[in-house]
Design a protein around this ligand. Structure first.
Ligand SMILES: CC(C)(COP(=O)(O)OP(=O)(O)OC[C@H]1O[C@@H](n2cnc3c(N)ncnc32)[C@H](O)[C@@H]1OP(=O)(O)O)[C@@H](O)C(=O)NCCC(=O)NCCS
Length: 143
């Protein structure tokens, strides 16, 4: 999809996408993730015709280490390249602040998506309660 704009948003703004996609049926407050409000955390939103349709968050806890969290695209707009555009935007930001290792706890169902973006699996499968099987995936950019 070409008419998508990515820009920075607040942690609270991510909830309208996080809730239906990542925390469906759970209290809205479950959309607040640890470190959302850290000064070094950046939230990105993808907008289609002024509607927020995708989100991803970038945590930067230490030099050269970045965590991608809360990757979600509204169900009716998945598989239209919005997720890829968000990850590429996030990677550009990582490059602009020196590059490094980007990692995430990837849901098993999302592994093919991250593989297509050049990430590789770097852990055994593990389970996150109430969410399901995950793998650590990672990629180094700009180093
Ligand atoms: C995973 C997710 C973020 C991907 O975003 P998206 O906008 O649908 O992905 P894209 O359209 O950019 O997909 C890029 C490629 O990955 C593929 N892909 C995306 N999701 C996939 C999936 N679940 N299984 C297999 N392939 C997938 C697409 O078909 C596309 O392939 P192509 O380049 O050959 O056409 C989105 O589907 C989503 O929100 N899923 C539910 C929540 C979730 O699992 N989040 C990840 C938590 S770790």
């Amino acid at each position: 999809m070409s008419d998508v704009m990515v820009s920075e948003i607040s942690a609270r703004e991510t909830w309208s996408v996080r809730h239906p996609v990542l925390r469906a049926g759970r209290p809205l407050e479950d959309c607040a993730f640890p470190h959302d409000e850290d000064r070094s955390t950046i939230h990105f939103g993808a907008f289609h015709k002024a509607r927020l349709v995708g989100v991803v968050s970038l945590l930067h806890p230490s030099e050269g280490q970045f965590q991608l969290r809360g990757m979600a695209v509204l169900a009716d707009l998945q598989k239209l390249s919005i997720g890829s555009q968000l990850v590429k935007h996030l990677e550009s930001r990582v490059l602009s602040i020196g590059g490094g290792r980007i990692w995430m706890n990837a849901r098993a169902i999302a592994v093919p998506f991250y593989l297509k973006l050049g990430y590789h699996i770097s852990s055994e499968e593990f389970h996150i309660p109430r969410i399901g099987p995950h793998y650590v995936m990672e990629k180094t950019v700009g180093q």
